[in-house]
Ligand binder design. Structure first.
Ligand SMILES: *Cc1c(COP(=O)(O)O)cnc(C)c1O
Length: 444
C-alpha cells in the first residue's frame, strides 16, 4: 500500500493530507500523455505523477508540468481540427492517455460560442461580444470538463471509487462520469442545495451525502476522509486528483480561441468559486501562445463573484494580496466558496493582465439571467447571471472596454436553479380556453 505522506508533512501536522492508493499503482510509473510531472506552483519542486496535490517541501499547490508538442504548430492545429467534437480533440495538450477518445467518457466540451449581438446592443458593446455557453455539456455545467480529466487520472492510479466535495454541479458531473466509466461514486454536498442540483447528483445511482454545513465544511470533511481508512482507494476529483481536474478548464481557453478562428479574445469574464477555472483558463491561453497556435497579444481576465460570497472581489477592491474567508449567503450557490483555494492566484492574474474582479448582488444576478434569456435565448444558472451582471457593471465602471472582443462565460444551465427566477417569472395570464377570455385578458 502506497501512502503518499512524508515525514515533513507529518511534522507539520499535515498527516491528514496522506493519500492512500490501491496496490495497482505502487511502483509502476504512470503515463498520462504529455504530462511529465507534478510541479509546485510556489517553489517549483517536481514530483512524479501521483494522486497528490500539495508540495512536500512548502505545501504549495501542485500542477501538471508538460512536455508539450512544440515545433509544428500547423501540424498540431490540423490534428486538433480533425479530432472529435469534444474536449478530446485537445488530448495532445492534456494529462490523458493518447487513446483517451476510445474510452467510455461523457465526452464533454466543444460547446457553442454564441455571438451575442442583441445583448451587446443592450450593454453598449460596440466590439464583438460572445457567450461561451457551457450549459450544453452532458450534465449541463462546465464541471463535465474537469471531471472527464480526473476520471482518466483515477483510472491510471487504480482508484475504484470517485468522490468530491461539491457546491452542486460537480456532484452531478461525478455521478454521471462514474456511471459511464464504471466507477462507484460517493459525493458530498451542502444539505441545502437547489432541488435541480440534488436530483441531478442522485439520479445516476451513486451515493449522495448531504452534509449539515456549507461548502467549506464539506471540503474540510473530505480532507479528513482522505486521510482515514474509510476513504481508502477513493479518488476525490477536486482534492487528491485536483492537479489533473484543474487541467480540464484549459479546454475552455482552447475552444474559445479555436472558435474565434485561432485568435485570443481581448477580454474574458469568468466566474470564481475556488478560482481554479479562471487560473487554468489563463494557463491554457499561455500554452496556446507558447505553442504558436495563436498570435501573442495582451488579453485581460476579469473575475466575477456574487456579492454574498465575494472574498476575492473584496481583496481586489481593497488592494490586498490575501483573501480573507467569508461565510457565503447568496443565490449563486454554485459559486458559494467562502475560502477559495486559488483566490490569491486569481488576484495575480487579474492584476497582471489589466483585468479586475467584481461582484453583483442577488437582485442584479436575477436581472442578468433574464437579460441574457430575453436577448440571446440562453437560460443561465445563477453563475451565468453573475458573469453577465458583472460584465454590465465593469462596462459602467469603465473597466471593460466595450470596443474590444469580449467572451463571457455561462457555466451552467438555468433549469438547475429555477428557484432564483421562479418568484418573478411565470405565465402572463391563466385563462379559460376561449377567445373571449383571451381578449378579456388584454392579449392578442
Ligand atoms: C464550479 C463552478 C464554477 C467555477 O468553479 P471554480 O472552483 O472557480 O473552478 C463556475 N460555474 C459553475 C456553474 C460551477 O459549478
Amino acid at each position: 500500500m502506497a501512502r503518499y505522506v512524508t515525514g515533513k508533512m507529518r511534522r507539520k501536522g499535515l498527516a491528514f493530507m496522506a493519500v492512500q492508493t490501491p496496490e495497482k499503482s505502487t511502483g509502476a510509473s504512470v503515463s498520462l500523455g504529455p504530462a511529465a510531472a507534478l510541479s509546485c506552483r510556489e517553489c517549483g519542486e517536481r514530483f512524479p505523477l501521483g494522486p497528490i496535490f500539495a508540495c512536500e517541501a512548502c505545501f504549495g499547490p501542485l500542477e501538471i508540468a508538460y512536455n508539450l508538442p512544440t515545433g509544428d504548430p500547423e501540424g498540431l492545429r490540423k490534428q486538433i481540427e480533425a479530432g472529435p467534437k469534444n474536449i478530446w480533440r485537445y488530448a495532445p495538450l492534456l494529462p490523458v492517455p493518447a487513446d483517451v477518445a476510445s474510452k467510455p467518457s461523457t465526452n464533454p466540451g466543444y460547446t457553442q460560442l454564441v455571438k451575442a449581438d442583441r445583448l451587446a446592443r443592450e450593454l453598449g458593446v460596440t466590439g464583438s461580444l460572445h457567450i461561451k455557453d457551457d450549459s450544453g455539456n452532458p450534465t449541463h455545467s462546465f464541471k463535465d470538463r474537469v471531471v472527464a480529466i480526473a476520471v482518466e487520472a483515477a483510472r491510471a492510479f487504480g482508484f475504484t471509487t470517485l468522490s468530491c466535495s461539491s457546491t452542486g454541479n460537480l456532484a452531478g458531473a461525478v455521478g454521471a462520469a462514474a456511471a459511464r466509466a464504471g466507477f462507484r461514486s460517493c459525493v458530498f454536498i451542502p444539505h441545502d442545495l437547489e432541488q435541480g442540483k440534488v436530483v441531478m447528483a442522485a439520479v445516476y445511482g451513486g451515493e449522495l451525502v448531504g452534509i449539515e454545513g456549507n461548502y467549506d465544511d464539506v471540503n474540510r470533511f473530505c480532507s479528513e476522509l482522505i486521510g482515514d481508512p474509510l476513504g481508502e482507494g477513493w479518488g476525490f476529483v477536486n482534492v487528491n486528483l485536483r492537479p489533473y481536474y484543474g487541467e480540464g478548464s484549459k479546454t475552455l481557453a482552447y475552444e474559445i480561441c479555436e472558435q474565434l478562428g485561432w485568435e485570443l479574445p481581448d477580454q474574458l469574464v469568468i466566474p470564481i468559486a475556488s478560482g481554479s477555472q479562471l487560473t487554468k483558463i489563463d494557463k491554457g491561453l499561455k500554452e496556446l501562445i507558447a505553442l504558436g497556435l495563436v498570435e501573442d497579444k495582451p488579453y485581460r481576465i476579469f473575475g466575477a463573484q456574487a456579492a454574498g460570497c465575494s472574498p476575492v472581489s473584496r481583496a481586489f477592491q481593497e488592494g490586498h494580496d490575501v483573501v480573507r474567508p467569508v461565510k457565503p449567503d447568496t443565490i449563486a450557490k454554485s459559486l458559494a466558496i467562502g475560502n477559495p483555494a486559488d483566490g490569491p492566484y486569481v488576484l495575480d492574474i487579474a492584476r497582471r493582465t489589466g483585468g479586475a474582479v467584481d461582484d453583483v448582488d442577488d437582485a442584479q444576478i436575477v436581472d442578468a439571467i433574464k437579460l441574457l434569456a430575453r436577448t440571446e435565448g440562453i437560460f443561465a444558472e445563477t453563475a451565468g447571471g453573475v458573469t453577465v451582471g458583472v460584465t454590465r457593471k465593469l462596462i459602467e465602471k469603465g473597466l471593460l472596454d466595450p470596443s474590444l472582443t469580449t467572451v463571457v462565460l455561462n457555466t451552467g444551465d438555468g433549469l438547475k436553479t429555477l428557484d432564483a427566477v421562479a418568484p418573478t417569472t411565470g405565465p402572463t395570464a391563466t385563462i379559460r380556453p376561449s377567445l373571449d377570455a383571451f381578449r378579456d385578458a388584454g392579449l392578442g
